[in-house]
Design a protein around this ligand. Sequence first.
Ligand SMILES: *Cc1c(COP(=O)(O)O)cnc(C)c1O
Length: 397
Amino acid sequence: MIDWKEIEKKYYMRTFDKVRLPVVLVRGKGARVWDDRGKEYLDFVGGWAVNSLGHAHPVVAGAVAAQAKKLIHTSNQFYTIPQLQLAELLVKNSCFDRVFFANSGLEANEGAVKLARRYGKLKLNGAYEVITALGSFHGRSLAMTAATGQESFHTPYTPMPEGFINVKYNDIEAIQAATNEKTVAVMLELIEAETGVIVPNEDYIRQVRHWCNERGILLILDEIQTGIGRLGALFGYQLYGIEPDIITLAKGMAGGVPIGAILAKESCSVFVSGDHGGTFGGNPLVCATGYATMKYIIERNIAGNANTVGRYLMDRLNQLKSKYPVIIEVRGRGLLVAVEFTVEIGQEVMMKCMDMGLLVNRVKPNAIRLMPPLIINRQDVDRAVRILDRVLAGIAR
Ligand SMILES: *Cc1c(COP(=O)(O)O)cnc(C)c1O
């Protein structure tokens, strides 16, 4: 048997050393994946909240195959139908008027910030600063590293690009204090997923919307992880009774095929010809897959499933919490959930779950994150909780 881990060690840049588990996955079906030795796992990582319809879903696989045989790529010098179908679907199912497609989350965010800066030049006297939150994650380009409110991401790459101010999350006064005549936008996540599924007060998001209105600045929500049904609504903002000016999407949008999107209100869709672009963005292959995936999610109310199964998952995890004092908190919304421990056993829990056939994500030294496909059912949850129960019984202290 080929030792793929050795081949990785020899040829691949060493950037995933700490996150890669000693498992070579070769295939999947629904919420399950199999490794190169034939071992089965229940997948509660979902490709980092990407595989919204699970693995090898016939709708996703069918769309990839059909479009690949028809037309994969043309560049944006031509009109292509899947791009426009997906744009129309997104607009008709959201509060936004215009869409731009990118290839990833960070690219969507980068484009959203460029859009905000154009808006600042045209309408706000050249304002360009974007306020973001400490503990946020917005991607890994240089600008999005600066937007990301985590010092450890900045230090290896200083100097950071200008124009980003990182302030305390879940604190409206911090945003108010940082706002000045150079501020063009506030960019936030509805839940800080990468730093431990930090859920702010419901009021916070509404207060930020109110503040942005008052100051005439833009509210950008990074819904790359929270969008596309993950929180139990098609878009997370719908749960807060507000309308952002711009959102960015990516992860769950095309069932695993790389895509990103900027959705904006007409009032701030100020890009004109030549302002922004990209070779691959919005190509027929990814857009046909995104269209099929999103159409299925909308028509089958997959967000509703994420909501009800997500509640069930939280209930079951809270039962574990009453059994094991090592759990201090179960938090999240929909199918974006974290379990936090009193001690740093995140890694141990993750590894032991894996041995027992459950994949989870160690999101902090003392917490794991669960972000299964949105199509999971109660039986899948029961199985995952049973494994977690056995793992905690083995290490509870
Ligand atoms: C994953 C993620 C990103 C970055 O997306 P990439 O596709 O990895 O560039 C940005 N923001 C949030 C909230 C994310 O979860």
